[in-house]
Design a protein around this ligand. Structure first.
Ligand code: RIB
Ligand code: CA
Length: 301
């Protein structure tokens, strides 16, 4: 499976990217970056560092630094750290991003590989909306979009109504949901069901010092944040979107139209929408098998 990840790395983004890089059935064809957990410039530096860590020679293209219409946000340094990888210091990757923008890169790739690219946005979905506006054939050229974001029946995590990625660019999500792409939403309805604790990261570091050690180094601050909101473990948000690309049968998926509220108190809230569409949402999952799959791939089992 040819996979393109759009990302705001970010700790759970790093977990998702390592999973994709290590899974034998995934051909990670590139990363595009977006604002969110960190400013887009740091997201790009971190994406380049992760590609280098994984020993991959794949392109990284920088994307949007702010939402389509909303004013810029202050990144959540208390969750992912100022540099995006918890307490770890800033990385200094050797390579640079390509000169194309994220939207230019992903539209070209989809045009060159029609029907083959699975696009997995795991940050605010701004770049994908910009790509849809840049190339009217982009949505049809993709195999499908599987995004981490939204919440249908579960409460929000950045407001009582909204999940963080949809909150950070509701206008972009609405553009994507109204496109003709085949879309699967992996939201808080399922991602809050799978959590990792400190002992899991320590075990990963023991089993796979290179990859597990990196994630264990990042996890400290992330777990401190979750403890501060009364949760002993961190949710597997972004890795579950990648896992859903690969193993949709681990999820209970409902084909429904979807929409995103773009203003007012419920900005970023995702709702079922009467209009039939090519969209679907995961409402439940086999949490034990999702968790085991992630740990097995990262530990190299
Ligand atoms: O709500 C979780 C999402 O917001 C994840 O993608 C996490 O990385 C943050 O971007
Ligand atoms: Ca993310």
């Amino acid at each position: 499976m040819k996979l393109l990840i759009d990302t705001d790395p970010g700790i759970d983004d790093a977990m998702a990217i390592l999973f994709a890089a290590r899974h034998p059935e995934i051909e990670l064809v590139g990363l595009t970056t977006v604002f969110g957990n960190v400013p887009v410039e740091i997201a790009t530096r971190n994406a380049l560092a992760l590609v280098e860590h994984c020993g991959l020679a794949i392109p990284v293209a920088q994307g949007a630094g702010q939402p389509l219409e909303l004013p810029p946000f202050v990144p959540p340094a208390h969750i992912h750290g100022v540099e995006g990888f918890g307490h770890l210091p800033a990385f200094t990757p050797a390579r640079q991003a390509v000169t194309e923008s994220a939207a230019e890169f992903m539209t070209r790739l989809a045009r060159e590989h029609p029907g083959e690219i699975t696009l997995c946005p795991i940050g605010p979905i701004t770049n994908i909306a910009e790509a849809i506006r840049l190339d009217p054939e982009f949505a049809g050229n993709l195999k499908r979009i599987v995004f981490m974001g939204g919440a249908l029946d579960a409460p929000g995590n950045i407001s009582p109504f909204a999940e963080a990625n949809s909150y950070h660019d509701p206008h972009a999500l609405e553009v994507v949901l109204r496109s003709q792409a085949e879309i699967l939403m992996i939201g808080l309805d399922v991602t809050m069901r799978v959590q990792l604790q400190a002992a899991d990261f320590a075990a990963l570091a023991e089993a796979a010092p290179h990859d597990g050690g990196l994630l264990d180094g990042m996890a400290g601050l992330y777990l401190e944040f979750y403890r501060s909101i009364g949760q002993e473990g961190c949710a597997l948000h972004d890795p579950m979107a990648v896992i859903a690309c690969l193993e949709p049968d681990l999820f209970e998926i409902e084909r429904i139209g979807l929409t995103c509220i773009v203003e007012g108190e419920e900005t970023g809230r995702t709702l079922r929408h009467a209009e039939p569409a090519q969209s679907a949402a995961a409402l439940d999952c086999d949490a034990a098998r999702v968790r085991a799959l992630f740990l097995d791939v990262i530990s190299g089992a």
